[in-house]
Design a protein around this ligand. Structure first.
Ligand SMILES: [Zn+2]
Length: 349
């Protein structure tokens, strides 16, 4: 049986032009949008309108001063917000529609009008801090989505899974004191932004509800899927979220220029199958993905296609078979380090 999978897409996201040399090019989404026109992808998904977020939506996480700073870039030529993050004339609008599109998708999934959704948006969001743009990100869509789900939709616990090759520092900082948002990030150690070591486990009442898995380069489909199965699944089942949000970056792909991971499209399907199984078990299948990184357009569109097919139920990855091929040493290292630092908090191990 296929599911109702929502997709957020729109021309506005192609109008964010962050300047020459920025890897977050419109081509990333053009490649995904043209993949959606493939014969095996047509008439399958539900279009979710990329609604424009209101200022009050953005202020759920970001500061008033920061919002005004980004708003001032509207209609102007390229403005450098930081060394690596620039706003062009349509960037403010694109960022507002990106957040609004994700919030719309979350509302529809929470109301069971659709089963799950993927926001195919840019600019990305997971590096954006409360009052600072960073790493091509302006507004932290996933952080805003989680707060929106709790404050406006009145949901309780939210699980955020961030599988981008870079650590989602902005998202972690948004929730590090919050025991009702579990932030689970797997990323390559030593890369930008430098945060996300094993011992960053949350603060105060949130101690133990931030799980960081910084891994060396060289992990692939089987290792990622195995880690999801033997670490994420039991933790998530114990946490019992009412909604799962995924910061879906595709820069772990073996052909991506950013890092040194060995993922292929099949691995992204494997991780999605694993998350879907968790979601089915704990929260009625409610999961919403938001696009983060992924800088080889062909690899990106191929991997997004594999994820979407798994979300909607066209394919059904054999998770156990994929996980069984994992290099045991690589998986054991991550599981052992994670349990070592988390056993003191006592929530999951
Ligand atoms: Zn990334």
């Amino acid at each position: 049986m296929t599911l109702k999978t929502g997709i957020v897409k729109g021309d506005i996201f192609l109008k964010h032009i962050p300047g020459d040399g920025c890897p977050d090019t419109p081509q990333r989404l053009k490649s995904i949008y043209s993949m959606l026109a493939d014969s095996d992808m047509q008439d399958i998904f539900v279009d979710v309108l990329p609604k424009k977020a209101e200022k009050e939506d953005i202020l759920l996480f970001h500061s008033h001063e920061y919002f005004e700073k980004i708003a001032e870039t509207n209609g102007k030529n390229l403005i450098a917000l930081t060394g690596d993050t620039h706003a062009g004339e349509d960037t403010f609008d694109a960022a507002l529609y990106a957040t609004g599109g994700l919030l719309n998708a979350i509302s529809l999934v929470a109301a069971k009008k659709i089963d799950n959704a993927f926001a195919l948006i840019r600019p990305p969001g997971h590096h954006a801090e409360k009052s600072r743009a960073m790493g091509y990100c302006l507004f932290n869509h996933v952080a805003l989505g989680a707060i929106f789900a709790q404050k406006i939709l009145k949901l309780g616990r939210i699980l955020i899974i961030d599988w981008d090759i870079h650590h989602g520092n902005g998202t972690q900082h948004a929730f590090e004191r919050d025991p009702n948002v579990l932030f689970f990030s797997i990323h390559q150690s030593g890369l930008f932004p430098g945060t996300g070591i094993f011992t960053e486990t949350g603060l105060g009442a949130g101690e133990g509800y931030t799980i960081n898995l910084p891994i060396p380069k060289g992990y692939g489909d089987a290792e990622y899927t195995s880690i999801f199965e033997c670490l994420l699944a039991p933790v998530a089942e114990r946490f019992a979220p009412e909604l799962i949000l995924v910061s879906a970056g595709f820069d772990t792909h073996k052909d991506d220029p950013m890092g040194g991971m060995r993922m292929t499209a099949s691995g992204f399907a494997g991780m999605t199958a694993s998350i879907k199984r968790i979601a089915d078990k704990v929260c009625g299948g409610k999961m919403v993905y938001s696009l983060e990184g992924g800088y080889n357009s062909d690899a990106l569109s191929g991997a997004v296609k594999a994820v979407l097919k798994e979300m909607v139920g066209i394919t059904c990855c054999d998770i156990s078979a994929m996980a069984a091929k994992a290099n045991k040493k690589k998986v054991d290292y991550v599981v052992r380090r994670c349990i070592e630092v988390h056993k003191y908090a006592g929530h999951f191990f």
